[in-house]
Design a protein around this ligand. Structure first.
Ligand SMILES: Nc1ncnc2c1ncn2[C@@H]1O[C@H](COP(=O)(O)OP(=O)(O)OP(=O)(O)O)[C@@H](O)[C@H]1O
Length: 250
């Protein structure tokens, strides 16, 4: 265990993984502080999804340290463990239950996160209602709580799925291309929504939409060919010659 990880929420150091000899992640190092929201950008094939796969235990790195909460070696845990440790992931495509209402989707997510035993002995329906009200408010879905999820717009489905993640109360949320396919208004609202969530959670957002990344107004990590090309404010990384050459200039 490396001492350098202490005090961080997520610590990747010297992480590499190869698929059939091709290094998708190549000596990647990245540190996320508790409470931080970070945007990850980079060209197609840069390794963004693979990095998320490594953090969530879907892919095992060939080498390197992957440490959560200062001390937990994530490479020793499987996907289920890692979710229970407090890392929630939202994939690009929403996977809400279309034939259930918005509220029922959130209720299911709450039950799932609580586990079977806890649900059996859990008596406070009131606390559940309060939690669901809170999540509906954050995800801009209060007026649609009794609507079937199938009837939501694409953007609202994404927000509902973010709400289902929140029901699990993760310490760290990993969000993959949340605004792909959204309208401009939904995209702007999503930046506000994630900023609100980031007041109480750490968040990693992978996104291609630069306007959205600008609205997030957080530190940006640029990945290319499996490692960090540049890091800093969006203005700082945008001015980096290698970023212009590898990504923005294309
Ligand atoms: N399971 C796998 N087997 C073989 N190659 C893989 C596998 N997963 C990823 N790769 C390769 O690793 C590289 C990185 O892919 P990855 O999906 O992580 O990139 P990305 O930055 O998420 O790209 P995009 O923006 O297109 O989603 C790509 O060249 C991809 O083809």
């Amino acid at each position: 265990m490396t001492k350098a990880a202490s005090g961080s929420l997520l610590y990747l150091d010297g992480v590499s993984v190869a698929f059939d000899g091709f290094k998708a992640i190549n000596n990647l190092s990245l540190v996320l502080e508790p409470g931080e929201m970070r945007a990850i950008i980079g060209p197609n094939g840069a390794g963004k999804t693979t990095m998320m796969d490594i953090v969530t235990g879907k892919t095992r790195p060939d080498s390197g340290d992957v440490i959560f909460d200062g001390e937990i070696d994530l490479t020793r845990h499987d996907e289920t463990d890692i979710a229970e440790l407090g890392i929630g992931r939202k994939f690009q495509k929403p996977t809400v239950f279309e034939s259930h209402t918005v509220e029922d989707n959130l209720e299911l997510a709450l039950d799932r996160s609580r586990g079977v035993m806890a649900t059996l002995f859990y008596s406070s329906a009131r606390e559940d209602r309060d939690e669901i009200d809170r999540i509906l408010d954050v995800t801009r879905l209060t007026a649609r709580r009794h609507e079937y999820a199938a009837n939501l717009s694409h953007g609202q489905k994404q927000w509902l799925e973010i709400g289902m993640l929140l029901a699990q109360n993760p310490k760290l949320l990993l969000v993959d291309e949340p605004v792909a396919g959204m309208t401009d208004a939904e995209t702007e609202e999503t930046a506000r929504l994630l900023r609100e969530i980031a007041e109480n959670h750490s968040v990693v957002v992978v996104e291609h939409d630069m306007g959205f990344v600008r609205d997030l107004d957080v530190k940006v990590t640029v990945l290319a060919e499996g490692s960090v090309l540049a890091e800093g404010s969006l203005d700082h990384v945008s001015a980096h010659p290698k970023v212009i050459e590898n990504y923005l200039g294309r």
